[in-house]
Write a protein that binds this ligand. Sequence first.
Ligand code: ATP
Length: 256
Amino acid sequence: MIDQGASHAAMVRVTELAFNYGEKDSRVQALRDISFAIPRGSTCAIIGPSGSGKSTLLYLLSGLLEGYSGQVLVDGDRVYRGRRETALILQDHGLLPWKKVWDNAALGLDIRKVPENIKREKISAILKELGLWEMKDRYPSQLSGGQRQRVGIARALALDPDLLLMDEPFSSLDALTREALQKQLLHIWLKDRITIMLVTHSIEEAVFLGQKIIVLSAHPGRIAKIVDNPRAGTPEYRKNQEFYQMATGLRELLEQ
Ligand SMILES: Nc1ncnc2c1ncn2[C@@H]1O[C@H](COP(=O)(O)OP(=O)(O)OP(=O)(O)O)[C@@H](O)[C@H]1O
């Protein structure tokens, strides 16, 4: 009998996932034997060396990549391209340079033809929450990297996602801006309890944000370890001894 209850408890459930790019001679085995479950409303960081399949895994979870073997369930259903409640934020934020901050943030709602009054209310609230209200009439070229990233986050949140997938969202930012945005993300998570999965190269970021940390190894990408990190998401964690122990343990694992 299929255990429906167990499937639904997890927001994301991946079982024996494998994925290759290309065919025959040009085949690249990107992922193999990947199994994990992410509880609804929790956070997960995916970390691993270059080429270990982190981005590939995120694209599979978003439904952008198909042709995998194994099972990928999102909210109990087989993953599919265009799931409305899944938001994917890529490294370049995907902002349109010719549109102002307001219109960039509203893009997803425009595509979905959301009525003007609802759109206005929603975008106003989100821009204010993310500290972008004063910049609503600027173009992306007139923003800092951190502000641009926040517009990308605003656009994603406007769609009321239940699953937020982020590919190295803060990698191009300086340390202080990065920490400020990490805190802002936590604030949103605590308020809305969205399930968040993010790919990162930063061990500290993974420990600070990921209640579960999936560590991948390379060639092909496999799970090296899944670490439970229940204190992630608490603002004071970064200053704590446990934080350093967790980060040191992960560093040793990645250096093996
Ligand atoms: N479009 C593609 N065609 C063929 N091979 C690809 C393609 N995209 C990625 N790969 C290969 O698949 C493997 C996993 O790539 P992926 O980008 O998912 O890794 P990653 O862990 O995100 O890497 P990085 O940390 O460098 O961004 C790598 O060996 C990569 O060369």
